[in-house]
Design a protein around this ligand. Structure first.
Ligand SMILES: *Cc1c(COP(=O)(O)O)cnc(C)c1O
Length: 364
């Protein structure tokens, strides 16, 4: 078959090991997955209750316009309903944006390392991917400006950035977007927005009126604890949304996901609680890293990129043998580090004990 030439150098996504797989492979009874930034507290109890007690009309197509969820989110964010676009996870919005704007002969600018889906989708469309190395784990926005030219169609900002967790400070972000030409789409991926605790951080949604070339991505997969249902959304100027809707599959969100996400929005207290507990665990990791003289990036998300003694693959493997699944930095563009999702207090106690063994094995 005549596959797109862009596919030649690409590889399918390889998921990390599942809990069941690790249990079987290592003969373990308890295994904790801290590899995909899922919510260790689950979702709001009211959502669980709703799921077990609600009947769905499974024979009907879902609401392709997501009316109920749209109305609620528009109210929550104080935006017009026409500014919202729903995706099968924000992953799907990334691919919709890419299909709409990227092609051979144009380029797209992003940080490196960052969320791999931006580059992956761009390559499928044959666009040139321009990567701007992080500086101390942060987006180098000056570098972005230098990398852009009149063939730049989309720029991707990930804040907090995956895998470093570092936030783009509001003042720098604002000054940067003001310099981006209006015909370039600025995508601001805020998958971890709900975990931000830095004081004075400005909700970028308030800038949307000022920047009709900006789009914000959020998701129900992380803080809301609903990764399994695949629902994310974009917020942007209605003219952008109209174009992107031409590409979106008509029924891309299933009925269960739509109603569960809507239900989850009713429990803001749960999100606040997760934010607080997550913050406490980040502080704990900071103390641990400091005490053990390990470098740690400043994270405003629900994961941390922490230095390991020796090779990262080897460290990840040793942690796996003790029942903790993390991501090796070798696969993330950050050799010498592992990315670990903040678990519950109990899970992290176990994790840090397993980490102690990495240090003693290396005579530290
Ligand atoms: C997890 C993640 C997403 C994907 O979220 P889904 O809504 O589950 O597709 C998007 N962006 C970043 C930076 C992420 O880490």
């Amino acid at each position: 078959m005549n596959w797109k030439t862009a596919l030649e150098d690409m590889k399918p996504y390889i998921p990390g090991k599942s809990i069941d797989e690790v249990k079987r492979l290592y003969g373990l009874e308890d295994v904790v997955k801290l590899a995909s930034n899922e919510n260790p507290y689950g979702c709001a109890p009211s959502v669980k209750e709703f799921l077990s007690s609600t009947a769905f009309q499974q024979e009907l197509y879902p609401d392709g316009y997501a009316n109920g969820l749209r109305k609620k989110l528009a109210e929550k964010h104080g935006v017009d309903e026409s500014t919202l676009l729903f995706g099968n996870g924000s992953d799907e919005i990334v691919s919709i944006i890419t299909r709409a704007l990227l092609d051979e002969g144009v380029n797209t600018v992003m940080a490196t390392p960052t969320f791999p889906q931006y580059g992956h989708n761009a390559k499928i469309e044959g666009a040139e991917v321009r990567e701007v190395p992080l500086k101390d784990g942060q987006h180098d926005l000056e570098g972005f400006l230098r990398a852009m030219d009149d063939k730049t169609a989309v720029i991707w900002l990930c804040s907090p950035n995956n895998p470093t967790g570092e936030l783009i400070p509001s003042d720098k972000l604002l000054a940067f977007i003001e310099q981006v030409p209006m015909n370039v789409l600025v995508v601001l991926d805020e998958a971890y927005f709900e975990f931000i605790t830095t004081p004075n951080h400005i909700d970028s949604i308030t800038w949307l009126d000022k920047f009709p070339n900006m789009m914000i991505l959020r998701t129900f997969s992380k803080a809301y604890g609903l990764a399994a249902f695949r629902i994310g959304y974009g917020i942007g100027n209605p003219t952008i949304i109209t174009e992107l809707n031409k590409i979106r599959n008509p029924f891309n969100n299933n009925v269960l996901a739509l109603s569960v996400a809507e239900k989850a929005l009713d429990d803001e207290a749960f999100i606040e609680q997760c934010r607080r507990l997550n913050h406490d665990q980040r502080e704990r990791f900071k103390r641990y890293a400091h005490e053990n003289k390990l470098h740690l990036f400043h994270s405003e998300a629900n994961f941390m990129l922490i230095e390991v003694p020796g090779d990262a693959d080897e460290a990840a493997e040793k942690l796996l043998q003790r029942g903790y699944i993390v991501r090796s930095g070798n696969a993330l563009g950050t050799p010498g580090y592992v990315r670990v999702t903040m678990g519950t207090e109990l899970q992290n106690t176990g994790f840090l004990t397993a980490f102690d063994h990495l240090l003693t094995d290396k005579g530290r």
